[in-house]
Design a protein around this ligand. Structure first.
Ligand code: BMX
Ligand code: ZN
Length: 336
């Protein structure tokens, strides 16, 4: 190799190393809230900021731009990674599918709209896929054959990692695990338009629907939760259960059963080494109870070796994964 060629490739390596260690902004856009934080080398390097998710696409885009502008004032950002609920063609950054959790969101050309407004490179990925990418870099998950990351939030999202690589499917919809069917009774309508999706039972919305059913006919003296029937929050349900409210404990137990149903189905299809739980409700999961329920409903060969664990990224997996994706897939390796 001539001196000129080797010094050019050395310069390129240095550029790329420098860019991979520059901070990117990660944004996690869910059905209820939008959270953002600056990330360098897979680690959060700022406080996170959070706003409620507006109920229309233009409002969401404005909220995203506002967050970027706030961080831009303080940190020299290389790019923006957006983890959004919905099915995303991550080669174009367009949202190609969405449930009623984000009404009107399908059809949004998020990458091009944001790039033209914030003047930085943008990568867009499904929220649970981004969370799975964030998780997949941890030491605990390296070298495993199959890891399924389950996000328990307003909906249920999923990211599938096969031998260290994110599996996106033929049309970017792999991991839309919230919409596997867990009952045949056409009992609950999901926000996607189908009946009896796992998400209609196991997500935050599903838990609230279960609580409403189980609180029907209950008096305040039987459960203080009956006072707020119709407007009960997931937070209130878990708080009441922790304070010894027997009905709330039953509701939470039923929710664990619902969560286990989807995981049992996935376990038999994918035979994963590990399930990682993340999202707003993940910390409320009793891991032992859930693992026991999965074992009770699975072939031993499937359940014996599957671990169920909490994310180690403290609810930040989506935004950390999105920020890492923009660095790894968009910036490193691209000419300056
Ligand atoms: C829904 C679907 C998924 C998403 C999941 C978790 C939309 C808008 N959302 O199943 O793409 O991954 O919810 O989303 O289509 P969250 O809002 O709970 O974070
Ligand atoms: Zn559905």
């Amino acid at each position: 190799m001539s001196d000129t060629v080797s010094s050019a490739s050395q310069a390129r390596e240095i550029d790329q190393l420098a860019r991979s260690t520059m901070p990117a902004l990660g944004i996690d856009l869910g059905g209820t809230k939008i959270r953002a934080g600056a990330v360098r080398n897979g680690e959060l390097i700022s406080e996170t900021r959070q706003v409620a998710t507006p109920d229309n696409p233009e409002g969401i885009i404005r909220a995203l731009c506002d967050l970027v502008e706030q961080f831009k004032k303080e940190i020299d950002l290389t790019g923006i990674g957006v983890a959004t609920a919905g099915i995303v063609d991550c080669s174009t950054g367009e949202v190609i599918g969405s449930t009623g959790n984000l009404p009107g969101w399908a059809g949004t050309r998020l990458k091009s709209v944001l790039e033209s407004r914030v003047l930085l490179p943008v990568l867009v990925e499904n929220d649970a896929n981004a969370a799975a990418y964030g998780e997949s870099r941890s030491e605990a998950l390296r070298g495993l054959t199959c890891v399924v990351v389950v996000t328990l939030g307003t909906g249920i999202g999923g990211g599938i990692i096969l031998s260290g690589k994110l599996y996106r499917g033929s049309r970017f919809a792999a991991g839309e695990i919230g919409h596997i069917r867990i009952s045949i009774n056409n009992e609950r309508l999901c926000t996607c338009g189908l009946f009896d999706c796992w998400e209609a039972y196991g997500s935050g919305r599903g838990l609230i629907a279960t609580a409403a059913q189980m609180l029907d006919g209950i008096t305040e003296s039987q459960s203080p939760l009956a006072r707020s029937v119709g407007s009960v929050s997931t937070y209130a349900i878990f708080a009441a259960a922790n304070q010894g409210d027997l009905l709330a404990q039953k509701i939470v137990h039923r929710w664990h059963e619902h969560v286990s149903h989807g995981m049992v189905n996935l376990a038999h299809i994918l035979n994963p080494d590990c399930f990682v739980l993340t999202g707003g409700l993940a910390d409320s999961v009793d891991l032992q109870l859930l693992a026991d329920m999965i074992a009770d409903r699975s072939l031993p060969v499937v359940s014996e070796n599957v671990q169920v664990r909490h994310s180690e990224l403290a609810g930040n997996a989506g935004l950390i994964g999105a920020a890492q994706l923009v660095v790894d897939e968009l910036l490193v390796g691209k000419p300056l």
